[in-house]
Design a protein around this ligand. Structure first.
Ligand code: F6R
Length: 617
């Protein structure tokens, strides 16, 4: 939550900052602001409640002077309402020569604020962040050493923070500190950048450093120094960002969500690429650091939140069926408070698009402290989760900007399938020929996703026609159940419609009471070829709800001759190995939710109250 960007170098800093904020706006959009030090040495700040466009308007009304250093922030409100006054940056000291931005929560802010109030400090906002601005300004006034002042203050803060500071007296210096909130450095030629993630600067440089826990960055145009909170140098390796800058722009699509849904043939394909040989055998070299636990695991625990947890739920079916291993899926925020039973043979797999979800990071740390090895399935290079895990299986979905996850979800499922097949091989749970056959089916997915997208217009039309719906139910069985949950989540998130996903078999145990005349129900129908004969059971479930007035929209496989007799609308997806159908089945649900939200005139990329990266617990 909250996006942070910093810059020092020859370019116009306001342009770099606004460009970075535009790419980080998915992190929070309650307010936005920038501070910079103009070429004639003045600290200038503009900030506004609301989306970034409001800040852009404010700058157009009151232009900023030319500057080559600055910091920018886009906010997801925690302390204090989303007002102009609570927007970042916050100014520190009576002379207001220092500017600070913050992502996170300063847990001991009340006692620090009391101390400042007693010393006569006047506050301009209700935020916890302003406390840090005044503290650094006061320390600097005493010592005249900005770096030492900054270091002493960050050592006093408790909680989660990424903090950036600039000071009018030091017009070549940006300081940053990180604890439990993300921060990445972008290395340029005669210029350097800071960002909450690489999207902030990927259009300018692909050389990056991921800043570690409790570290301070001293950023100048001609160099970057990283220290720990005690002031000791902290060596870092740089990495090359593999995202294409254009991937983080809309590229002519009406929304990021539309673009990201359409990206899925590529994002699924890129996630599979290089990990399946021509025979269909899985090759996952990135698991080498945890090969022991992968070989000897007697149990897998997935930790994840939201959509990522639903991807893990899909994965669970594959792991159990193919690799014959016990799997549980835990919501990260529940996991560590349950005193879970963990042994050295428990493989913990943390699934996260951003790699910055605080709940999942805390679950990972908990598992590591308990002696488990952690594998991350992560989409973001340089993310904290990737740094802190023992091995990383990257999904190669590219930057996902729309708040509602789409392409990251299908890429996560693809990665799960690879991992499940790999473990099936190691555990000799599937004959090699059968495993390779599934591997070859996996390779067909990108083309089949393209087919789904090509015929998705009918689902969009349907979505539009449900603009007045008050509630939509989703049903699925087996691997279709988590897809029902994900379909419901998409609708809640972006269309603000009550939606619930149910296991179709659970219907008669209660939820069927919700069904009345005209109730829309979307049903994921398994393949008639499914050897577990779930198809007739789902058809029976459809008949049960139809008998009670439900309006049924079925997602079914091409060639299913039965389903159209029982559903008002059927959207057909191509045939594929039943376990792999989830990737194809979810796409019409994404399109349905987006079309419905668009019909209601809602912003599908930035739904209310949400932020993409939930970096507070
Ligand atoms: C829903 C959505 C969220 C995220 C969840 C975890 O569309 O995007 O539910 O899936 O907040 O985020 P990551 O995967 O970044 O850990």
């Amino acid at each position: 939550m909250c996006g942070i960007v910093g810059y020092v170098g020859p370019r116009s800093s306001v342009e770099v900052l606004l460009g970075g904020l535009r790419r980080l706006e998915y992190r929070g959009y309650d307010s936005a602001g920038v501070s910079l030090i103009s070429n004639d040495g003045r600290l200038e700040t503009r900030k506004r409640a609301g989306k970034l466009d409001r800040l852009v308007e404010a700058i157009a009304e009151h232009p900023l002077d030319v500057a080559h250093i600055g910091i920018g922030h886009t906010r997801w409100a925690t302390h204090g309402a989303p007002t102009d006054g609570n927007a970042h940056p916050h100014l520190g000291g009576a002379e207001q020569k220092l500017s600070l931005i913050h992502n996170g929560i300063i847990e001991n802010f009340s006692e620090l604020k009391a101390e400042l109030l007693a010393a006569g400090t006047r506050f301009a906002s209700e935020t916890d962040s302003e406390v840090a601005a005044h503290l650094v300004a006061a320390e600097y006034q005493k010592s005249g050493d900005l770096i030492a002042a900054f270091r002493s203050v960050v050592n006093r803060l408790h909680g989660a923070f990424t903090i950036l500071v600039i000071h009018q007296d030091q017009p070549d210096l940006v300081l940053a500190a990180r604890r439990n909130a993300p921060l990445v450095v972008g290395l340029g030629d005669g210029e350097n950048f800071l960002g909450s993630d690489v999207a902030a600067f990927v259009e300018h440089t692909k050389r990056a450093i991921s800043v570690g826990q409790d570290e301070i960055v001293i950023l100048r145009a001609d160099g970057v120094t990283i220290e720990d909170f005690a002031g000791n140098p902290s060596p870092h390796e740089e990495f090359t960002v593999d995202w294409d800058a254009s991937a983080a722009s809309k590229g002519g699509w009406p929304s990021f969500m539309a673009k990201e849904i359409a990206d899925q043939p590529q994002s699924v394909g890129d996630t599979l690429m290089g990990r399946l040989d021509s025979t269909g055998a899985v090759v996952l070299d990135e698991l080498a650091p945890i090969s022991d636990v992968v070989a000897n695991a007697d149990r897998i625990i997935f930790v994840a939140c939201g959509t990522a947890a639903y991807a893990a739920e899909v994965g669970k079916y594959a792991f159990e069926k193919w690799a014959r291993i016990v799997v549980s899926v835990e919501l990260s925020h529940e996991f560590r408070y349950r005193d879970p039973i963990l042994t050295p043979n428990t493989l913990v797999v943390a699934v996260s698009q951003s790699g910055e979800t605080m709940d999942t990071l805390m679950a990972t740390r908990y598992a590591k402290e308990a002696g488990c090895q952690v594998l991350a399935i992560c989409n973001t290079q340089g993310a904290t989760l990737a740094r802190e895990s023992d091995a990383v299986l990257y999904t190669h979905a590219g930057p996902e900007v729309a708040v509602a996850s789409t392409k990251a979800f299908t890429a996560q499922i693809a990665a799960m399938h690879l991992l499940a097949l790999h473990m099936a091989g190691i555990r000799k749970a599937l004959p090699e020929a059968a495993a390779n056959q599934i591997g070859r089916e996996l390779l067909k997915l990108p083309a089949k996703v393209t087919e789904v997208l090509a015929s998705a217009g009918s689902m969009a039309e349907l979505g539009k026609s449900f603009g007045d719906a008050k509630s939509v139910l989703f049903l699925g069985r087996n691997v279709g159940y988590p897809i029902a949950l994900e379909g419901a989540l998409k609708l809640k998130e972006i269309a603000y419609i009550h939606a619930e996903g149910f296991a179709a078999g659970e219907l008669k145990h209660g939820p069927i009471a919700l069904v009345e005349q005209g109730q829309p129900v979307i049903v994921i129908v398994p393949s008639p070829a499914d050897s577990d004969s779930l198809h007739p059971k789902v058809i029976s479930n459809i008949q049960e709800i139809r008998a009670r007035g439900a309006k049924v929209i079925a997602i079914a496989e091409v060639g299913d001759g039965l389903v159209s007799q029982f559903a008002e609308h059927v959207f057909y997806v191509p045939q594929i190995q039943p376990m792999l159908a989830s990737i194809l089945n979810v796409i019409p649900l994404q399109i349905f939710a987006m079309a419905l939200a668009n019909a209601k005139g809602l912003d599908v990329d930035q739904p209310r109250n949400l932020a993409k990266s939930v970096t507070v617990e």
